[in-house]
Design a protein around this ligand. Sequence first.
Ligand code: ADP
Length: 270
Amino acid sequence: MSADTHLPKDAARPAGGTELIRFDRVTKRFGSHTVLDALDFTVSAGKHVTLIGPSGSGKTTILRLLMTLLTPDEGTIKVGDAFLTHEEKDGRLIPAGEKHIREVRKNIGMVFQQFNLFPNMKVLRNITEAPVHVLGLGKDEAEERARGLLDLVGLTAHLDKYPTQLSGGQQQRVAIARALAMRPQVLLLDEVTSALDPELVAGVLDVLRDIARTTDITMLCVTHEMSFARDISDDVLMFDAGRVIESGAPEKIFTDPEHERTREFLGAVL
Ligand code: ADP
């Protein structure tokens, strides 16, 4: 069954091509360490953008800023019409209020390296919990949505199990279904296969390829799986030391990179 059966195009979702995410001169420091340095980039609705680059170059920090788990020190972050932070004329940073933050969090789904499922809840309830308690969906409707998503990720037979009864790859597929159950505009994927045994990676990547191919969800993805990045990306951003040093279509970045650092990085990971 195709993914769009379960993810009907949402009337509230911005039309393809509309700018959905904007970073304007975003700086993030931890102590004296500048992790992101006046970073600019934009993502249009419906696009699949992959962030690549050496460990420590600031990729995960970007996802955490978008999830409002961190606040930048300078600059503007905008998601749709909502400002997460913006600077006034005197350079003072104005963080978004609680209401705004809740709104943005509802529109962004995140899947982490370590699955982070609720261990005390069965698979079905892991997926229905937020739609019921955050979106106010009725239990029946939330369960119907969850069953559809479990079908999409190939886990219908496991809906009555606890997370610990599943393999890592299965748990990660539940985490993907759980993120999608909120019908977010944006799916953030943070090295979602790096904690998995090698034989479980392909199943998770296949599910994500299917979602990228058959839905209009915007994806921002940090990954070391270069062939996956090549398959799903509209744009690849190559990071080094908190800056985008090169960006473009995957065919260009992976076969004919401009920057020496990109060549070195790809030489090491491919
Ligand atoms: P990447 O995802 O590219 O590997 P990260 O965004 O995770 O990079 O980290 C960038 C840098 O910021 C790293 O040097 C990391 O140690 C540092 N860092 C990340 N989070 C914190 C934190 N909460 N406190 C201090 N340093 C951090």
